[in-house]
Ligand binder design. Structure first.
Ligand code: SF4
Ligand code: SF4
Length: 264
């Protein structure tokens, strides 16, 4: 369904504007899960209409040196991807939260009212994703292999239902109704680069002295990142922890000496 006559730049301009708007919402304390939904829908639509800004696939094309498919010189694309990693160092994974179409479609699927699995566990996906990242690099640099094409990222957004890879990604997407963001947490090569940056982000969700240590945020968090000992950059700024927090001002997005810590 990707409309080739729409320039990819439209997707990147949307991504930039959505990113700025989301920073504004988080910074002003007005971010809510309800307010995030239009961004999720718009990002998913841009994925289907323009296939941009699909960050992990841009990284794949840049590593392969595929200028034609990128629609831009490789250094420019790499520069943009590095800038967003730098922005994750400041603001956390806002682009993963609501801007990247791959993340958005999984986040929307997770809204479906079905039983959820694997909520508290957070380190195994990170280790698996690190392994996949090595395979991704080895395949691309050693054999010019396009791992994300094999997994079906482009086939899915192009609605190429005649290809096997379409159904591989469709399977991942169906899984994401019950397991939170399986692609982002177990596979995404760009997420593997964003997570270490986000773990040190200048702006993060953190508890304040108003926290009563009820730990509702930890139970609501689908990645385990709300656990005081996590610190692995797996906060997707989904807002679930803030939604369940019973004390106003106990959980805030702001400059962090420490991220979400029990009573500290
Ligand atoms: S982890 Fe990767 S696929 Fe998921 S939202 Fe972030 S960049 Fe997109
Ligand atoms: S629930 Fe977890 S992933 Fe979502 S914003 Fe809170 S800490 Fe981040």
């Amino acid at each position: 369904m990707v409309v080739e006559s729409i320039p990819k730049a439209a997707g990147f301009i949307y991504g930039l504007l959505a990113f700025v708007a989301l920073i504004g919402l988080w910074y002003s304390g007005r971010f809510t899960r309800r307010r995030a939904i239009p961004f999720l829908i718009a990002s998913a639509l841009f994925g289907f209409l323009v296939f941009a800004p699909v960050f992990p696939y841009q990284l794949q094309l840049a590593v392969l040196g595929d200028t034609a498919a990128l629609g831009a010189p490789v250094p420019m694309a790499l520069g943009m991807l590095i800038i967003f990693i730098g922005l994750a160092l400041v603001f956390g994974r806002i682009i993963c939260g609501q801007v990247c179409p791959v993340g958005a479609v999984q986040e929307l699927m997770y809204l479906l009212p079905v039983k959820k699995h694997g909520r508290a566990e957070s380190r195994t996906p990170v280790a698996v994703r690190a392994g996949v990242f090595i395979v991704f690099l080895a395949a691309a640099l050693g054999f010019s292999g396009n791992l994300l094409e094999f997994i079906g990222v482009p086939a899915f957004f192009h609605l190429a239902v005649a290809s096997v890879s379409f159904f591989i990604f469709l399977g991942i997407l169906l899984l994401s109704a019950t397991v939170y963001r399986p692609f982002c947490r177990y596979v995404c090569p760009y997420g593997a680069l964003l997570a270490p940056a986000a773990s040190k982000a200048l702006y993060q969700l953190r508890r304040t002295e108003a926290c009563i240590e009820c730990r509702k945020c930890e139970r609501a968090c689908p990645t385990g990142e709300a656990d005081p000992d996590a610190r692995i950059g797996e906060c997707y700024l989904c807002g679930r922890c803030m939604e369940v927090c019973p004390v106003e001002g106990a959980l805030v997005y702001g400059r962090s000496d420490k991220k979400i810590r029990s009573g500290e």
